[in-house]
Design a protein around this ligand. Structure first.
Ligand SMILES: NC(=O)c1ccc[n+]([C@@H]2O[C@H](COP(=O)([O-])OP(=O)(O)OC[C@H]3O[C@@H](n4cnc5c(N)ncnc54)[C@H](OP(=O)(O)O)[C@@H]3O)[C@@H](O)[C@H]2O)c1
Length: 282
């Protein structure tokens, strides 16, 4: 029923290129919102322990009537759990909250290079355990910079399947993206529409008018054509449908280039910088 293409991961698994993000969805509303997204056709949900709504995601998936293997679920290791035993407990907690025996993808949420003596390598080795015991079908990282990825490559056996990083027209994050593509790491673009900030952009508006689509559809389509995995968040039923309808049109090379030229580099970043972010949720 869905036209969503899948991307091959470096471990032989596949991930639907379009998913549904649940950051900032109230835990009490999450099950209903996830069920709605699944009814529209989404088959990939991106959550995290940090979002506090893993239980709602599991409930929404069960309520959808879909089989567990029909929905790709990602969750993430929270910042307070990088010590190996804490990470093992956190994985147990995530699976309990979701009500499942495995996640399709588990990520280290932030590298936290200024915490844990800068040691995200020991944490990655525990992620390798989760992959080996089948509780995570694939493992990856989030917000890792090039030097963090180079360190994992030098000191561990497993190349992350994905790196989930901030990417949108105002922050191409090109250096990290290029490294990932060269190393066989799929790029997942978080805040793909910059939480709405790029939708009033004049250039995007012009292209949207020309192709007869909304600005959000144009930006999401731009991501897909660049090869990014995306999971826009919305609690608005019309937008959940709108964001899913991006596989029946295409942008030409000139339109793609015009959007990419909107890159503002570091000035375009909306979230924390991975080199300095050190927040541990209370
Ligand atoms: N790994 C990380 O560190 C990290 C960080 C941030 C996000 N993420 C992941 O990435 C996902 C997406 O990022 P995000 O939630 O930050 O931002 P986003 O998807 O770029 O934008 C979401 C915002 O845009 C609005 N919106 C959605 N579709 C729209 C449309 N078609 N037209 C107009 N407005 C629209 C939503 O409003 P309504 O809900 O009111 O419709 C919401 O305010 C998250 O949910 C999470 O799964 C990961």
């Amino acid at each position: 029923m869905s036209d969503v293409p899948s991307i091959d991961l470096n471990d032989g698994n596949r991930i639907p290129q379009l998913g549904f993000g649940v950051f900032q969805i109230d835990p009490a509303d999450t099950a209903e919102t996830v069920e709605r997204a699944l009814a529209v056709g989404y088959r990939h949900i991106d959550t995290a322990e940090m979002y506090g709504n893993e239980a709602g995601v599991g409930e929404g998936v069960r309520a959808s009537g879909l089989g567990r293997d029909e929905v790709f679920i990602t969750s993430k290791l929270n910042n307070g759990h990088h010590e190996p035993d804490d990470a093992r407990r956190a994985m147990d907690g995530t699976l309990t909250e979701l009500g499942t025996d495995h996640v399709d993808l588990f990520l280290i949420h932030w590298p936290l290079p200024t915490r844990y003596d800068g040691d995200f390598v020991s944490t990655w080795r525990v992620m390798e355990e989760f992959k080996a015991d089948g509780r995570a079908r694939s493992i990856g990282v989030s917000n890792f910079q090039v030097d963090h990825l180079e360190r994992l490559a030098a000191e561990t056996e497993t190349v992350p399947a994905v790196n989930q990083i901030e990417v949108h027209p105002y922050l191409l994050n090109q250096e990290v993206s290029d490294y990932c593509h060269g190393a066989g790491i799929a790029v997942e673009a978080w805040s793909p529409i910059a939480q709405g900030r790029v939708l009033d952009d004049e250039t995007i508006g012009e292209i949207a008018e020309k192709v007869g689509r909304t600005p959000a559809q144009v930006v999401l389509r731009w991501h897909v054509q660049r090869g990014n995995v995306v999971f826009p968040k919305s609690e608005t039923p019309e937008r959940i449908e709108e964001n899913f309808a991006i596989f029946d049109f295409a942008l030409d090379d000139a339109e793609m280039a015009r959007i990419s030229e909107l890159d503002r580099g570091e000035d375009g970043r909306t979230g924390p910088h991975p080199d300095t972010f050190a927040m541990i949720p209370g």
